[in-house]
Ligand binder design. Sequence first.
Ligand code: NAD
Length: 323
Amino acid sequence: MRIAVLPGDGIGKEVVPVAVDVLKAVLPGAEYVHIEVGHERFLREGVAMSEEDFENVKKCDCILFGAITTPPKKCYRSVILTLRRELDMYANVRPFKSCMVSPYNVDFTIYRENCEDLYCGMEEVSEDMVLSTRKITRHASERIARMACRRPGLKKLTIVHKANVLRSCELFRNVCIEVAKELSVPYEEMLVDAMAYSLIRDPSRFDTIVTTNLFGDILSDEAAALIGGLGLSPSANIGDRYALFEPVHGSAPDIAGKGIANPIAAVLSAKMLLEWAGRGKEAEMVQRSVDRTLADGVLTPDLGGVYKTSDVRRSLLKYLEAP
Ligand code: NAD
């Protein structure tokens, strides 16, 4: 298996190498293709990801990604949005499962549509007004709904939208309901504002959530807080040909370079890569090493601990070497 490794910027450069070491411990035969992309590259070379980089990514089976700094004043096309769109990785799958350091007991997965919505890049910008187009299609709504409905062990689907106000959400909602009925999946629907409230009020009632791109982006950072933070929250971007695995968090410039970034979200993203590749046994080994590391109290400051990224790495590898 060829894995493209794109650490990106900031703490991406600190947590992705830990995830690669973990993968190497359980998957020694894989080939790792390192590619530098992102803001730091842009500042140096005037390009965040070249055509050649993109072609090299396409030659790999899957991608392990860190995070990219995207300054508000747009100076280049977002690398992650480009990869998601160009490689048609239409499903952003974000599992939130409590562990021993989590403040709440939750176990649900958000399926976020990954290629449309306000992120489609159709914007008319003038000095006093910006018009952003929200694109929602039957095709994209249907395929994310189908993937959510086919989640192994699904108990109930929650369709999140704002169809009382937005016609685009009405289409998304109707298509999701059609798919749920066709596949005989029990479902409920919830307006996104009520969902933001219920996620905090009663998070244990949720199982499988399907929603549009922007709502999924926001709700998943909220969900990350329920399990103990962004440092514990992995994700997968899945398409029919390519898949990219990345922590939910960004490049965290406030802690970058201090050696205290929590690498577990990146490591659990590598675990999702193993599951996607059909390496269930290796994925379980990684999960066990994470559980044992947390049980030992080897925690970075975001989890209330005093340990460094390198300490967590050492503990994970120790448990992988002596399972
Ligand atoms: P962020 O996720 O980088 O950080 C939010 C907060 O969580 C910060 O206080 C940070 O220190 C903390 N945090 C995040 N991950 C952590 C970890 N692994 N360990 C310990 N603490 C962690 O969000 P932000 O600050 O809003 O964004 C910073 C930059 O990242 C921005 O330029 C943004 O555009 C970019 N970003 C990129 C992606 C991506 O590439 N997929 C995703 C989100 C944000």
